[in-house]
Design a protein around this ligand. Structure first.
Ligand SMILES: [Zn+2]
Length: 161
């Protein structure tokens, strides 16, 4: 999975792939990620899907993975988990963190059993456009990464030893 993306996308130097409970659960939902949270709206119109083909050991799946990813940076691997990447570790972490939180929120919202409320399409598009990777956006992403590292350092001094 990782080699496929690295071979095809020069803008994705870091690729993160997870098997979290919420990510797997959303990957199994036919409707995919719903635009019901700010975290999910970051991916409005910017999220790819790849159908499950079995444990990813067949090299010919790489071409289909890359085709399905297209120009996006994040993808739901159906019946499997999540994938996201970026120019660097900070951006890849930012992407997978938002996607994971969006999945967690969706599973909990659906478990709540109430009718869901959806923002208008205009608001969905606006919100997606507010997450940018221009200089200002990348500065914010770097700040978020440094904050994440501080959180880890506070909890586990030995995390990098
Ligand atoms: Zn996997």
């Amino acid at each position: 999975i990782h080699s496929a993306i690295h071979m095809a996308r020069e803008d994705m130097n870091c690729v993160i792939h997870t098997h979290t409970a919420a990510g797997i659960a959303v990957s199994a939902q036919d409707h995919g990620l719903l635009p019901i949270s700010q975290h999910a709206l970051k991916f409005y119109g910017k999220l790819a899907y790849h159908d499950y083909e079995g444990v990813a050991l067949c090299l010919d799946e790489r071409e289909r993975l890359v085709n399905d990813l297209g120009t996006h940076r994040a993808m739901i691997l159906r019946n499997h988990g999540l994938l996201a990447g970026g120019q660097n570790v900070a951006q890849a972490f930012y992407e997978i963190h938002f996607l994971e939180r969006a999945c967690q929120a969706q599973i909990q919202a659906l478990a709540g059993g109430s009718k869901l409320r959806y923002p208008s399409e205009q608001v969905c598009k606006l919100t997606a456009s507010q997450f940018t990777d221009d200089d200002e956006g990348m500065r914010m992403i770097q700040m978020a990464w440094e904050a994440a590292l501080r959180l880890i350092e506070d909890q586990r001094e030995d995390y990098c030893s």
